[in-house]
Design a binder for this molecule. Structure first.
Ligand code: NDP
Length: 381
């Protein structure tokens, strides 16, 4: 790991704040540059794996309303490495056993759970009971019952809850939401959304272990396709039918490899979604009455790319980790000022209701499953 000492940390922070200023070209509603706060909230990352180390920690160096104050890890060797790299003091370092002591630590305002999916519920509930605001990575949990338990724990403790849906504060997503809401090309009639990548040569990873992951491609990448289907349609689905395809049963044991699903939405839009651990796919297509818009790539860390049938390019400034910086700043601002929570717990729960309906449809031979979601999880931008 690159060593960041106090001096280079400050230089990097200054550069990072300049980067945040660059991002201030992005409209106000995308999270940054929307009113300076004196207090920066302390975030503790729980689980120091690929996403925490590769994206969230560097993104926090650039954040305006929050910073990396603490870590929770089950790997003792990571403690010193992270303390040195991010100037974290020893009293802000926890493991999974002594984690509940975080309740006494005033430096930690928000606990961000970045563990394998089936561990989200336990650590979100323990964080809420410790009186900390909670962000949980996607998928929110591995069942609707677990989502309910997380929401209840946060409500009981009077703490805020957000899901790590970085796309909900991404300017590309918000441009699609604008086109859908303002209708310059008319009403949406059809959407198609794909999210997948090729998983190979690592059969023992937790993502392929149903106990830890809760499912395969659908749990991991399918939630992106569900999310973009909904903001692309501008409404929740009222029914869904799904099919599963498995071409490598020896590698995908007990978890899904590829799934397609057809949806009808409450505003009569129809749509297809596809998710896979065996095909690269990263796209949203929205067909309007008088044209179309497309994002491809759509769900990755960027740079993203978009266009419309009118020859317009959808383009926003890019710098590394911008999605995570905006997402965490937006949540911190929500905690500090009561501003909009763009990815609340109800949104995470709604998506798991849809995940469960997809698995039910597959189990029942592709039967159409009705959904009664109303406007659950729809956040107006
Ligand atoms: P990794 O496998 O890279 O890291 C997971 C970390 O969890 C480990 O390094 C370890 O941290 C901890 N851990 C605790 N118990 C276990 C266990 N039994 N098996 C494996 N790890 C364990 O996963 P990711 O960082 O890629 O994913 C973590 C979460 O973040 C998932 O829910 C995933 O869906 C989500 N994610 C979200 C992304 C997004 O774009 N929003 C992108 C990537 C992931 P330690 O050693 O510190 O204990």
């Amino acid at each position: 790991m690159e060593k960041i000492n106090r001096r280079t940390f400050n230089i990097k922070l200054t550069q990072a704040m300049a980067g945040a200023a660059l991002l201030s070209n992005i409209p106000l509603s995308y999270g940054l540059n929307s009113g300076k706060q004196d207090k920066k909230l302390g975030i503790a990352l729980v689980g120091l794996g690929g996403y925490s180390g590769g994206q969230l920690a560097p993104a926090l160096l650039k954040a305006e309303h929050c910073y990396l104050a603490g870590i929770v890890t089950g790997t003792p060797s990571k403690e010193k490495e992270w303390m040195d790299k991010y100037s974290i003091s020893k009293e802000n370092v926890y493991n999974y056993e002594n984690f509940d002591e975080i309740a006494k630590n005033k430096a930690i305002d928000i606990v961000y759970v970045v563990l394998p999916n089936s561990m989200h519920a336990e650590f979100c509930i323990r964080a809420a009971k410790a009186g900390k605001h909670v962000i949980t990575e996607k998928p929110m949990a591995v069942s609707v019952a677990e989502c309910d338990a997380i929401i209840k724990a946060c409500n009981d403790a009077g703490v805020k809850l957000g899901v790590g849906y970085r796309m909900q504060t991404d300017p590309y997503t918000n441009e699609i939401k604008r086109l859908v809401a303002e209708k310059p090309m008319g009403e949406v009639q059809y959407i198609s959304s794909d999210a997948g990548f090729v998983s190979a040569n690592n059969p023992t990873q937790w993502r392929l272990n149903k106990t830890l992951s809760g499912g395969g491609a659908l749990m991991d990448m399918g939630v992106y396709a569900i999310q973009s289907s909904i903001y692309g349609a501008g409404a929740n689905p009222v029914s869904i039918a799904a099919q599963e395809f498995k071409t490598r049963p020896d590698y995908f044991v007990g978890v899904d490899e590829s799934i397609t699903a057809q949806m009808k939405f409450s505003n009569n839009v129809v749509g297809n979604m596809f998710t896979s651990y065996n095909a690269n796919a990263n796209r949203l297509f929205v067909s309007f009455r008088r044209g179309w818009a497309e994002l491809n790539p759509c769900h990755s860390y960027g740079p993203l790319s978009g266009r419309t049938s009118r020859g317009e390019e959808i383009k926003f400034p890019y710098e590394r980790h911008y999605q995570q910086t905006i997402q965490m700043d937006s949540f911190a601002k929500h905690v500090l000022t009561g501003s909009t929570n763009f990815a609340p717990g109800e949104m995470g729960k709604r998506d798991i209701i849809i995940v469960e309906a997809i698995y039910k449809s597959i189990k029942e031979g592709g039967k159409t499953i009705p959904l009664d979601l109303g406007d659950m999880g729809i956040v107006k931008v």
